[in-house]
Every structure is written in C-alpha cells, then in structure tokens.
Design a protein. Structure first.
Length: 259
C-alpha cells in the first residue's frame, strides 16, 4: 500500500542528505547551462566533489531554444569530440559546421553530468559569495528562487567550495556579487565587469575560450559570463565555444587543486 506521508518522508530525507553532503564541495558551479554542465562533467569525472546550483526549474540555459526557438544548435569542428563524449548525435554540413538536436543535447549532457558524480540542485539561486576577508571567494550564499520571485525577506544559507564557477551567462551574476558587494578588483583591464559586445560569432568563439579563466581568487568564469566580464562579442546560436570553455575551466581548476 502506498502511503502519502511515506512518499513525502523519502523525498525530504534524500534531499536533505544530499544537500548536507554538498555544503562543503570542491567546486560549486552556478548555472546549469552548457558551459556549466561541461565544466561540472569533467570535474566530476576527475573525482572532484561538484555541486551545480541552477535558479530555474530546468537545466540547459539557452541551449533548449536553439536560434529563435528553432530547437537546433550549431557547433564547430573543435568541439566535435566533446559532443561525441556526451553521446550527442549530430549532422555534418561540411566546412567544419555541425548541427544537433537541442533537446537531445541538453538531456544527454544532464544525464552524463549526474552519472559522472555531480549533483544538480535546481530552483536554488545564488545571492552573494562567501569570502575570507575579501581576498578570495570561498563559497556561495543561496536562497530558493521562489523566495526571490516573491520578494520575501527570508535569510539565505551558505555553502563552502574551494572554487566557484560563474556559469550564469550574460548576467555574470556571481562576478557581479564580487564587484558590487565584495568590492573586489577583478582580473580585467579595468578591474570591473567590462560588458558584452554585439554579435560576431567568429570573434566571440575565439575570445570566449581565451578568456575562460580565474577572474578573482577562487572564482572562474565560463561561457557567456566570460564574454560579458571581459567584453567579448556574443556569438548567437553556436554552442561549441560553450563546451570548450567548460572543459578548459575544468582542466585549470583540476590543475590548481592538484598542485
């Protein structure tokens, strides 16, 4: 016989066990878009303790909608091996252009990330960073997305991490917390967020990979967060750079944690 309270108890107990386990993680990724998912996958695959915090109900960021709600995405030759590792079927269009089904891409990535050992917590939003004397990001301050939407005055909770990854896209929210609340000087030409530029796919893809890096001690930027922080061009519905950016960040973080 199914008992409603028993069902509820199972949900509560499992969720709280997992949340408590990830209160202290090697890496906390904010944003479950393609760059954040890729970074989390490679980090978890390397044996790191990785938690992803996504403020929305669904994962995938802007990948779901492809271009203008046509759920097809494009990627380039350089990213093909990553798509193959995620077991995402694709079609070649010649000259190094490939396309894939956007829904398949997101769902395949999500499954791979979880099976690699990372944990995705959706409907949890970052609203600040933790820091030791302002010299380094050491974790996140989190609250339920519904609390933010309702505008309720509810205090948040905190988690610790050796590294935080800002994968929040165009808004670069976590870097914004460092700049506006922590008053930290970023590793940019101006010391501040420089702002995203207009669309130019070729320039944007190259710039994105070059500027996937540590932007403040303990804080990395990936994907469109890197473009927005360092003033790169946006690239529209081509997603190879997102995955390449996530993999690059994972490799650098792994190297730092191993040194």
């Amino acid at each position: 016989m199914l008992k409603d309270v028993r069902i509820t108890k199972i949900i509560l107990n499992r969720y709280m066990e997992e949340l408590e386990y990830y209160l202290q993680s090697d890496i906390a990724v904010v944003g479950a878009g393609p760059a954040g998912l890729t970074a989390a996958y490679y980090l978890a695959k390397s044996g790191r303790k990785v938690a992803i915090f996504e403020k929305r109900l669904s994962i995938g960021g802007g990948m779901w909608g492809g271009g203008i709600m046509f759920n097809t995405i494009v990627f380039q030759e350089e990213a093909r091996e990553i798509f193959e590792e995620f077991e995402i079927e694709y079609k070649s269009h010649g000259d190094g252009y490939y396309s894939a089904d956007a829904v398949l891409a997101v769902t395949a990535m999500g499954a791979k990330v979880i099976r690699a050992g990372a944990k995705i917590f959706n409907l949890l939003a970052a609203e600040d960073v933790l820091s030791e004397g302002g010299s380094r990001v050491t974790g996140l301050v989190l609250n339920w997305t519904s609390v933010q939407i309702a505008g309720l005055h509810i205090d948040p909770v905190a988690i610790e991490a050796s590294f935080v990854v800002d994968a929040t896209g165009h808004d670069c929210q976590v870097v914004g917390f460092v700049q506006n609340k922590l008053k930290g000087k970023l590793f940019t030409e101006t010391g501040n967020i420089m702002g995203e530029r207009s669309m130019w796919a070729e320039s944007g893809e190259k710039f994105l990979l070059e500027h996937t890096r540590e932007v403040y001690p303990g804080l990395y930027v990936v994907g469109m967060s890197a473009s927005a922080v360092y003033s790169g061009h946006r690239m529209g519905p081509i997603f190879g750079g997102m995955l390449l950016s996530g993999r690059k960040a994972a490799r650098e973080i792994n190297s730092s944690l191993s040194s």
